[in-house]
Design a protein around this ligand. Structure first.
Ligand code: ADP
Ligand code: ADP
Length: 225
């Protein structure tokens, strides 16, 4: 479980600031969706939380630990990408288990986690298949499974559904919400899809030009656009 705090967070590339000192407290178990026009800094913010991008100023805290200089692998958070990042030559089981590749857990515990994730994601019957024999939504679930087995304190999603067709997107929205309800894990989720934001978020954070314009419940945002 984890809170995520952004305190006066700045990101610059050379002399250009792309994130201008943003402040945000994400509560333990909260589902926060970042929206805003392309280039406003959503992805950069998420990547800094993940540790894939260096912080130029301010602080990121996970729980009460400042993680600015902490290796991504030690942050106990998992990132789920839109391009799935799953391996074609491995089965579903192997792809999910790969999330625990360097983990020190015992074999039985690893297998139990893979089975549990597969059950939650409705992938049990597909464990011996290769990704080429899966639908887009099933592949996205494999990517989620690989993140889930690590039992992260938080999930970061960067446009996870944008490669899917409308019907699959609708289905995956419901499944990700259900997963969130079951696991209670903190989620920071980036999308440019209004429907995803409105239907999934506990709180929507609207960004523009590297600033936070507005943050509130979907109802707040809907009523005061
Ligand atoms: P969003 O996810 O909201 O579309 P990004 O976080 O990807 O926006 O980008 C924010 C800004 O930072 C954009 O102006 C983008 O061009 C710039 N940017 C992102 N990555 C780099 C980089 N590696 N070098 C220079 N500028 C970058
Ligand atoms: P450790 O935390 O034990 O050092 P690694 O970070 O090296 O483990 O991850 C082991 C493997 O799990 C990586 O090679 C990577 O492919 C996969 N993995 C790591 N993080 C994620 C993630 N957020 N989502 C999906 N797979 C991941």
């Amino acid at each position: 479980m984890a809170t995520i705090t952004l305190a006066n967070l700045v990101k610059s590339y050379g002399k250009t600031d792309v994130i201008h000192g943003i402040n945000l407290d994400i509560a333990d178990g909260e589902f926060v969706v970042f929206v805003g026009p392309s280039g406003c800094g959503k992805s950069t913010t998420l990547r800094m939380i993940a540790g894939l991008e260096e912080v130029s100023g301010g602080e990121i805290r996970i729980g009460d630990r400042v993680v600015n200089d902490i290796d991504p692998k030690q942050r106990n958070i998992a990132m789920v990408f839109q391009n799935y990042a799953i391996y074609p030559h491995m089965t579903v089981r192997q792809n999910i288990a790969f999330g625990l590749y360097t983990s020190s857990l015992g074999k039985a515990e690893k297998e139990a986690r893979v089975t549990e994730a597969a059950q939650m994601l409705g992938l049990e019957a597909l464990l011996d298949r290769r990704p080429s024999a899966l639908s887009g939504g099933q592949r996205q679930r494999v990517a989620m499974g690989r993140a889930m087995v690590r039992s992260p304190a938080a999930f970061l999603f960067d446009e996870p559904l944008s490669n899917l067709d409308a019907q699959l997107r609708a289905q995956m929205r419901i499944e990700i919400k259900r997963l969130h309800r079951r696991l209670g894990t903190t989620i920071a989720y980036v999308t440019h899809d209004q429907v995803e934001a409105m239907t999934m978020a506990d709180r929507i954070v609207v960004m523009k030009d590297g600033h936070i314009l507005q943050a509130g419940t979907p109802m707040d945002i809907y009523e005061n656009p």
